[in-house]
Design a protein around this ligand. Structure first.
Ligand SMILES: Cc1cc2nc3c(=O)[nH]c(=O)nc-3n(C[C@H](O)[C@H](O)[C@H](O)COP(=O)(O)OP(=O)(O)OC[C@H]3O[C@@H](n4cnc5c(N)ncnc54)[C@H](O)[C@@H]3O)c2cc1C
Ligand code: FES
Length: 345
């Protein structure tokens, strides 16, 4: 019996390690060449203090109060040298992955399919190399090197962790480097290099109602989250508001319907900004935030999309005094290496 432990480092890197029954997280990490911070390895110094965000474990009672106070333990802090998991866990490590002598892994794969779902969105399917076991948390992303260049672009998985075929939902940006490759050059079998997984935008343990706010291809990480919830089951209501600019930007509705059929607590609504649209719900996501889906603030909110959309929702929450129980967001910011002037011209 062993458990999968996701170690999330301060620089956004995630490493998965396997922890045997009865083994501490610290021992499991060192066995797999991840040098987590430690000193005494005996529950005395507190150097190995991390935060357990998900999962069940036993800490025993052989550590000192100076290393971890009762209040810290109640808040979810742990000593990895004492922590013996009894389920899969997610552990946040307050240091950079490079200091722990671990780095993001480079993964090989090849293009399995490229489908233009609309004039604004592309679905890319990638077959991972035979020897690759890629684990990620639902909501995380990976960097893909654009073939024929040294540049990379970040994409959130829309598929489930563990699938041999990973998928991505990608906006077709006019003149964009990756967009041009996908629409004009990509062919089945092309080699791809991916590095990751990365990111702190991932589905936490579902303890209360969840509200998902997706803008455009910001739908991608939610598809991964919903696939995971459908597999695991979910007792809490999950509602999504999926907003786009034009009617034709609405994609993957069949996948959302499928999620709704598998997850009785899941519902979604779409909205379209375009004035000319005949869609029953016009306008921005913020205009369709029914108080019923806010549960008087007792809700975990996940927000993902292009930067202006994410900023608008955050501003709306601030102005309306909305403070959800937890709030996680991801901005699909353009790469700093992107040629900004080209588009402006
Ligand atoms: C953590 C993270 C996760 C991401 N996940 C996804 C994802 O799942 N799906 C997805 O579609 N994108 C995602 N992105 C954005 C993605 O990485 C690329 O920026 C985007 O796909 C454009 O790449 P490109 O090479 O086609 O265009 P580029 O060559 O990067 O850009 C060409 C020009 O277009 C501008 N531009 C780029 N994006 C936009 C935009 N959205 N609106 C207006 N102008 C733009 C650039 O500034 C540049 O001037 C993510 C970004 C981050 C940081
Ligand atoms: S390494 Fe000292 S308390 Fe864990």
């Amino acid at each position: 019996m062993s458990y999968n432990i996701a170690l999330n480092f301060e620089d956004g890197v995630t490493r998965f390690i396997s922890c045997k029954a009865g083994e501490t997280v610290l021992d499991a990490a060192y066995r797999q060449k991840v040098n987590l911070p430690m000193d005494c390895s005996d529950g005395v110094c507190g150097t190995c203090k991390c935060r357990c965000e998900q999962g069940a474990f036993d800490m025993g009672d052989e550590y000192l109060e100076e290393a971890l106070t009762e209040e810290e333990a109640a808040e979810g802090l742990v000593l990895t040298c004492q922590m013996v998991p009894s389920s899969d866990c997610v552990v946040r490590v307050p240091t950079a992955s490079t200091l722990c002598k671990t780095q993001v892994g480079e993964i090989g794969g090849c293009v399995a399919a490229v489908a233009e779902l609309s004039d604004s969105s592309i679905e890319l399917a990638v077959d991972l190399a035979e020897d690759v076991e890629l684990a990620f948390l639902p909501g995380q992303y990976i960097n893909i090197r654009v073939p024929g260049s040294e540049q990379t672009r970040s994409y959130s998985f829309s598929s489930r962790s563990g699938d041999k075929r990973a998928s991505f939902l990608i906006r077709n940006v006019p003149n964009g480097l990756m967009s041009r490759y996908l629409t004009q050059a990509a062919g089945v079998g092309d080699s791809l290099t991916l590095t990751g997984p990365l990111g702190s935008f991932y589905l936490r343990e579902v303890k209360r109602p969840v509200l998902m706010l997706a803008g455009g291809t910001g739908l991608a990480p939610f598809l991964a989250m919903l696939a995971t919830l459908a597999e695991r089951g979910c007792e809490q209501p999950v509602h999504m508001i999926y907003g786009v600019t034009r009617d034709s930007d609405l994609v993957k509705l069949e996948q959302l319907d499928e999620a709704a059929s598998k997850l009785p607590g899941f519902s979604y609504a779409t909205c379209v900004v375009d004035e000319e649209s005949r869609h029953p719900r016009k306008g921005y996501v913020t205009q369709h935030l029914d108080p019923a889906v806010m549960y008087d603030g007792d809700v975990d909110v996940y927000l993902c999309g292009p930067p202006p959309m994410v900023d608008a929702v955050r501003r709306h929450f601030r102005e309306q005094g909305i403070t959800p129980a937890s709030f996680h967001y991801e901005k699909f910011a353009p790469s700093l290496a992107a040629p900004a002037e080209e588009v402006a011209a």
